[in-house]
Write a protein that binds this ligand. Structure first.
Ligand code: COA
Ligand code: AMP
Length: 633
């Protein structure tokens, strides 16, 4: 089949508002949009400003009302707890309406924030949808973050309530969430009034009287009283959620998503990008703590009336490198979406894909990859194993959905390894130089998107229009700065080569080296430091911290280094995957005092590098190389 991509992209270019008005027709509105886009509102304009709707209605009730209540909404598959469960759309709607009633009974109302700090269990998705139902704004915090990170998010979002569970399960250890939450609340300047805690059998958490409530007890009481909350009428431009993501400092950015534009954009992608029909089983192997989980574990598949797999496990070790194939064959998954690192892990463990022979994966139509650069070797390996199209696509927490991809629903375009293919309708993607001037095909530059951003992308940062302007809109006036660098080839295919800021990508997780440096600098023996991301075969990049100690420090260097590693784990969390601290005598700098992180990275990665003309003392680079060598790098 030849692709309709060109024709559809052109129709968007010709009349963006007509394009999104038509897409909006796929959803149910309480008050239909008359005005599609208002450029006078918000930082760069707002989509569907006069419409009203409810995302939870569209994700659940709409399907039940249409007679699909017995269709499976969620399949929960948890190899780490040996549990499986299924919820139909009707069951999920009822669970969500009951939980929403519990929230309402506890004073949570439209516009209130609710933090969700939970592992990959159905209740995490129920919590998100329950908030959406009553217009509360959820903010999910990934379980791998430590107390301080959680506290920072609590301080910014000022939640009325926190929804949590007693624990998460990582291979070989039970992660107790409650002590982390209690410490975060102690650290926080805006403690929540209430905590609703789901006790899991693997760990019982003590409840604090007057603040903490038991999830099961509250739900049972609401059910006994027949309480269910109805969907609340919300403005399409009301916030649905805040999702914090790494910025250049330790203070994360609160990316806001609205109700109307978000559901329109996601629904469009389910049909046209992922080619998913109602009733199809779609599996996103990520976590609800990340944007990929928000969009494609929770909202996208449910808005489409598809069945979403919630997987609590890893690609390897739970129990083996065949578990992805087991889940595909057992649940008849038609499309899998994950990060390349998951496939690198499977490939490393089972290079000849021996486990694949044990399973029938013929239901699978495509593998979608995102979250980090999909290296051609991994893409090739996945294609050879699975014999389905392997589709890389590029997006960010900020956009909430794919900027560039290969639209399977419109007919696939030829796949070029190393490229996420072409911009989706809604995105006018340009490659520019520092003066915002367009660059020729093949030339690498900053990737920017002409404003306005399409529906579904962030309208602003939570209560911080100024930071939104400053971070994304001021450097290239009229454009959104993606902070990614790359180029277009002669056929318009995009290539995403890396970040232009201090963000690194570790196992598909986005981390700020600036944020890690703040932690290193807080160690009493550290005078100066620099963190870089160095090449890692499995995780893409791994953080590496160089520290210069205060003069007169007598403690052994290896002792300080292990304290620093522990400090990052305690302050940011295990997700930082910070394992390498290296003591050096001095940092390489320019004559004006700027640390030469780029050159340090090239040395660590064994890439070719040239001596920066502005370097203060070239001998320091040899010291860096020697220090890395001592650590086996
Ligand atoms: N709660 C608590 N701790 C968590 C956690 C969670 N939800 N998720 C991860 N961690 C911990 C891990 O246990 C690990 O701890 P350790 O240092 O004690 O081993 C640490 O955080 C780092 O985790 P991760 O980077 O995930 O590494 P890993 O070695 O556990 O697993 C992969 C490596 C490749 C298997 C894993 O990263 C993976 O499955 N990736 C899939 C891609 C993905 O989900 N990307 C998200 C964006 S799409
Ligand atoms: P996050 O906001 O955590 O989703 O991270 C977004 C960043 O991950 C992007 O800005 C890119 O740097 C990187 N990224 C995501 N998807 C891709 C991809 N398909 N190819 C290359 N880089 C990607």
């Amino acid at each position: 089949m030849s692709s309709r991509y060109g024709e559809v992209y052109q129709s968007w270019q010709k009349d963006p508002q007509a394009f999104w008005a038509e897409a909006a027709g796929e959803l149910e509105w309480i008050r239909k949009p008359n005005k599609i886009f208002d450029e006078s509102q918000g930082v760069y304009g707002r989509w569907f400003p006069d419409a009203t709707c409810n995302t939870c209605w569209n994700a659940l009730d709409r399907h039940v009302e249409a007679g699909h209540g017995e269709r499976r909404a969620i399949i929960y598959d948890s190899p780490v707890t040996q549990t499986k469960a299924t919820f139909t759309y009707r069951q999920l709607r009822d669970e969500v309406a009951t939980l929403a009633a519990v929230l309402t009974d506890n004073g949570v109302t439209k516009g209130d924030r609710v933090i969700i700090y939970m592992p990959m269990i159905p209740e995490a998705v129920m919590a998100m949808l329950a908030c959406a139902r009553i217009g509360a704004i959820h903010s999910v915090v990934f379980g791998g973050f430590a107390s301080k990170e959680l506290a920072t998010r609590i301080d910014d979002a000022k939640p009325k309530m926190v929804l949590t569970a007693s624990c998460g399960i990582e291979p070989g250890r039970v992660v107790q969430y409650k002590p982390l939450l209690d410490e975060a609340i102690t650290l926080s300047s805006a403690p929540p009034e209430k905590v609703l805690l789901l006790q899991r059998p693997q760990a019982q958490a003590p409840l604090i009287a007057g603040r903490d409530m038991d999830w099961a007890t509250q739900i049972a009481a609401a059910k006994a009283a027949g309480k269910m909350a109805a969907c609340v009428e919300l403005n399409a431009i009301d916030p649905l959620y805040i999702l914090y993501t790494s910025g250049t400092t330790g203070i994360p950015k609160g990316v806001v998503r609205d109700h109307g534009g978000h559901m329109v954009a996601l629904k469009w992608t389910m049909t046209n990008l992922y080619n998913i029909k109602p009733g199809d089983v779609f599996w996103t192997a990520s976590d609800t703590g990340w944007v990929v989980g928000h969009s494609y574990i929770c909202y996208g598949p449910l808005l489409q009336g598809a069945t979403s797999v919630i997987y609590e496990g890893k690609p390897i070790g739970t129990p083996d490198a065949g578990v992805f194939w087991r889940v595909i064959s057992e649940h008849k998954v038609v499309a899998l979406f994950t990060a390349p690192t998951a496939f690198r892990a499977i490939k490393k463990e089972d290079p000849n894909a021996e486990f694949l022979k044990k399973y029938d994966t013929s239901s699978l139509r495509a593998l979608f990859l995102a979250g980090e650069r999909a290296d051609p070797n991994t893409v090739q390996w996945a294609e050879d194993c699975l014999k389905v199209p392997v589709i890389d696509h590029w997006w960010q927490t900020e956009t909430g959905w794919c900027i560039a991809g290969n639209p399977m629903g419109l007919g696939l375009l030829p796949i070029k390894h190393g490229s996420p293919t072409v911009p989706m309708p809604g995105y006018d993607v340009r490659i520019v130089d520092e003066a915002a001037q367009p660059l020729a095909n093949g030339k690498m530059g900053s990737i920017v998107i002409k404003l306005p951003l399409p529906p579904g992308c962030l309208p602003t940062l939570w209560q911080n229009d100024a930071r939104m302007q400053d971070s994304y809109l001021s450097e290239f006036p009229g454009y959104y700065k993606t902070a990614d660098a790359g180029y277009k080839d002669e056929t318009g295919y995009l290539y995403i080569m890396g970040r232009t800021d201090d963000i690194i990508n570790v196992a598909g997780h986005r981390l700020s080296t600036g944020g890690i440096e703040e932690v290193l600098a807080s160690h009493p023996d550290v005078a100066e430091c620099a963190v870089i991301g160095i090449k890692d075969d499995l995780k893409g990049e791994a953080p590496c911290g160089f520290v210069v100690l205060k003069s007169g420090t007598t403690k052994a260097h290896d002792k300080i280094e292990s304290e620093i590693v522990q400090l990052v784990r305690d302050k940011i969390g295990p997700v930082a995957a910070f394992k390498l601290a290296i003591t050096i005598d001095r940092l390489p700098k320019t004559r004006s005092g700027k640390i030469l992180r780029g050159t340090m990275k090239k040395i660590a990665d064994h890439d070719a590098w040239t001596l920066p003309a502005t370097i203060d003392d070239p001998a320091i680079l040899d010291e860096i190389a020697a220090a890395l060598k001592r650590k086996g790098i």
